[in-house]
Design a protein around this ligand. Structure first.
Ligand SMILES: Cc1ncc(COP(=O)(O)O)c(C=O)c1O
Length: 429
């Protein structure tokens, strides 16, 4: 680890400037100096300046998996970066010398405050999140956001548009029906959710309060490669990015709200990240439960009630790791390479393996495939598990297999899978 000197300078206008003992001395920041203005828990301005001279990325992403671990292709909760797990392990008992675990800390103490602020600052740096957007660390999973979005953005009589490209988009639409007049403007159901329409053919309602999409359908493996322009009056696009969050660069300014459950690409289950344009906050329906009101959470910097502290800490470690790997441009390159070799193996198998998804919208994250001889699928999954490749069974609603190859799945894992697939085909063709 070559990264050495980081200083954390906290300047609070109501207190004299303080240089705190550096709690991030093991972290590789990007090579440039980073300066963040983030709100403090008490809404006072807090300036965190992190500087580093050197970084050594070679220590951050192990090329292959340790002997005692499997390659876990689960759709979520999913595999986490090995170096992040090891770092968490080393800090589990006594976080950076403070004498307690992150699990034992007060969420209002200075230690946790530094953890959540650093997590937010790193996420802002990763996604280049503009100042006009609030970042919230919430609970309840993306499923809770299916209700929170209409409750916060609409009155009960307001129309909203849903573009349904898979089961998750459909669930979001159905939940919204309870709180406003939600309307499906296009559904891929009749094509078994294997397509995304051309945006020109969408009939958007100009009076809709927002247009909702699921950026990556985890079950069906369908991913938006670009995003539709919302035609509603306020131009609001809302995206469920649960399964491709932080897997590639995203222009946040194109969205009103981005939300994502953490448990696929950025951490353990229990944390839901919401990125919301600040002018959309503050109009929740009166019936909105306090826990679903973005205003309450924004005003309290995600500390209105006890947040999922340990999960937020883990997300913070993942964000650091993604920055240390060079940010989302580099991450996308890695993800493309992994997906390419897997889809290629499927497409060049002469029909032994098939992926039903339209090639132009195939997901980089979730790769569903079937076997021509479907009676071999159970054998495939059993043999793969013997080779320490687990969780390859497709979702119960679609069957077949699914390999989820999120950020933390190393290339070595996908290489091992495609070698196994070729060998399996040679033995069973
Ligand atoms: C795209 C997508 N949206 C929403 C959800 C629901 O997330 P949660 O279980 O965190 O509520 C999932 C879960 O897998 C998902 O993949």
């Amino acid at each position: 680890m070559a990264a050495t000197v980081h200083s954390l300078l906290l300047q609070n206008p109501n207190h004299s400037s303080t240089i705190l003992k550096n709690p991030y001395s093991n972290i590789a920041f990007p090579s440039q100096s980073v300066n963040f203005m983030t709100p403090t828990r008490s809404n006072k301005s807090l300036c965190i300046t992190c500087t580093t001279q050197v970084q050594d990325l070679s220590t951050t992403a192990p090329a292959s998996q340790s002997q005692d671990r499997v390659f876990n292709f689960a759709a979520g909760p999913a595999t986490l970066p090995e170096n992040v797990l090891k770092k968490a392990e080393s800090e589990l008992y006594n976080w950076r010398g403070c004498g307690m675990s992150v699990m034992e800390m007060s969420h209002r103490g200075k230690e946790f405050l530094s953890i959540i602020q650093k997590a937010e600052a790193d996420l802002r740096a990763l996604l280049n999140i503009p100042e006009e957007y609030a970042v919230l660390f919430l609970q309840g999973g993306a499923t809770t956001q299916f209700a929170a979005v209409p409750l916060n953005l609409c009155k009960p009589e307001d129309p909203v548009d849903y573009l349904v490209t898979g089961s998750w988009g459909d669930k979001a639409f159905k939940e919204a029906q309870k709180f406003c007049k939600s309307n499906v403007i296009w559904s891929g159901k009749s094509d078994k959710y294997t397509k995304i329409p051309s945006f020109d053919e969408l009939e958007q309602n100009p009076d809709a309060k927002y247009l909702h999409i699921c950026a990556n359908e985890t079950i069906h493996g369908v991913e938006f490669k670009e995003y539709p322009t919302p035609k509603n009056k306020d131009r609001i696009l809302v995206a469920d990015m649960s399964s491709n969050f932080c897997s590639k660069p995203v222009d946040v300014s194109k969205f009103g709200i981005i939300y994502a459950g953490a448990q696929k690409n950025v951490g353990p289950s229990g944390v839901t990240v919401v990125i919301i344009r600040k002018d959309l906050i503050g109009n929740a329906q009166p019936i909105t439960p306090v826990m679903l009101d973005y205003k309450i959470h924004a005003e309290n910097n995600s500390l209105y009630n006890t947040p999922p502290c340990y999960g937020i800490y883990m997300c913070g470690l993942v964000f650091e790791d993604l920055l240390a790997q060079g940010g989302l441009v580099e991450i996308e390159k890695k993800n493309k390479k992994k997906a390419e070799i897997l889809y290629q193996t499927i497409d060049e198998s002469g029909g032994f393996y098939r992926c039903p998804v339209d090639k132009s919208v195939r997901s980089l994250m979730n790769v569903p495939f079937t076997l021509e001889k479907s009676d071999l699928e159970a054998e495939f999954i059993k043999e793969a598990a013997k080779e320490k490749m687990v969780q390859l069974k497709g979702h119960r609603s679609v069957g077949g297999m699914r390999a989820s190859i999120y950020n933390a799945m190393p290339l070595a894992g996908v290489e091992k899978l495609v070698a196994f697939m070729k060998d399996f085909q040679a033995r069973h063709a």
